[in-house]
Design a protein around this ligand. Sequence first.
Ligand code: ADQ
Length: 462
Amino acid sequence: MKARSSFLIVANRLPVDRVVGADGAAAWRRSPGGLVTAIAPVMQRREGAWLGWHGAPGEEVKPFDHDGMHLVPVPLSAAEVELYYEGFSNATIWPLYHDVVATPIYSRVLWDAYRAVNDRFARAAAEVADENAVVWIQDYQLQLVPAMLRKLRPDLRIGFFLHIPFPPVELFWQLPWRREIVEGLLGADLVGFQRPGGAANFVRLCRRLLGLQHHRNEVELDGRRIRAEAFPISVDFSELDTLVREPSIVARAKEIRSELGEPEHMLLGVDRLDYTKGIGQRLKAFSELLADGAVKPGEAVFVQIATPSRERVEEYRRLRNSIELQVGRINGEHSQLGHQPVQYLHQSYNRRELAALYFAADVMVVTPLRDGMNLVAKEYIACRHDLRGSLVLSEFAGAADELKQAFSVNPYDVEGMKRAMLTAMRATPHELSRRMRSMRRRVATYNVDRWAGEFLAALEGG
Ligand code: ADQ
């Protein structure tokens, strides 16, 4: 008889990565990221289980315990990684839900793989969940799981949280499988979104597409009530706040500025290399400031950290080429011997180095064309106990609802971005501390614990 759990997380990935130690032996290491940090204490309290892919295609791994969590691997073949994950999840749903900033691929082969993998996750969850268990399904890769799981196990309390935006009806309508996806999500008791606008889009869609009755944010289906509500995700404020005060991090931040040649202004971008993040748009604005003479050579450095991401998806390869060409051009035109205005790093960093970079930067530039939340913006705020530093933030990031004292920009408006960057660079310390203090209050209160706590309270209480 298998061990069953009364609390279950279902996500595309398990919260661990396989690492090979110095002795050549493989071991599991908890992956960095807010979701695990937020959920781990709940998991430990409730003897929870986490179901997800373990990261190696074509390999079956038995359930195991790690870090007080029971982990249940779901296998994926190499073809499924290509069709379900890189394909339907990241080449269909991802661009469609991000305002079609890239063209979504609509392919029946991808859809079939998505459905098959979702079915596997649902069956695995049905096996692991105890009687009346609480199951929390995460994100756009698994939108069919709620209904599939409810069919197998009507006794469960099922929650779903979408980490990316939920698009307006007019865009969602393009999807050939729009009905199946909405019906899939409606298998949940509670569907959580980053912004109230996402929840409203979903409710409107239920009415327009399925003709369902709704009362405010509740939709009725087969005598059940499904709630759609916003739960803005956040970061572990106190972990970052403590980390960045460590003397070694403070020293590293100083060192970074000295390695950059002690510029008057250090601007920073930290993103997965993704076409939704507006990296090209912000670099264009910066290069025009250099070309106009508004920023003098040597006066400012733009450090752009771009984590390698989804490199087997065609659109991401194109993006990488275009950003690297753009960086080369800007540096070609505006460098002086010993000084390059743009430092571009296509690398992943650990939390300590990121914290030092955040602490070193004068202007954090976060300009997505569309983003569910954007944790980088909140991480920056959490790292600035000195009340220095300015945040330039896109109106199209979920974080803009909360971080109202940021220098707000429309990333499609180059002139507006140039103005906002200059204003951010020239703001007085008094002005900066006023803005930062109020943003820190917000992120400290609405931290990631609160996000998980409020979602689960709504799921279990509602
Ligand atoms: P992402 O699109 O990945 O997340 P984001 O919220 O900014 O975007 O999270 C990125 C995370 O990766 C941050 O914690 C950041 O520190 C880290 N990171 C970025 N670059 C890195 C680098 N070079 N090295 C190491 N770490 C790096 C999706 C949605 C978001 C939503 C989150 C959570 O697209 O809108 O906020 O999920 O719900």
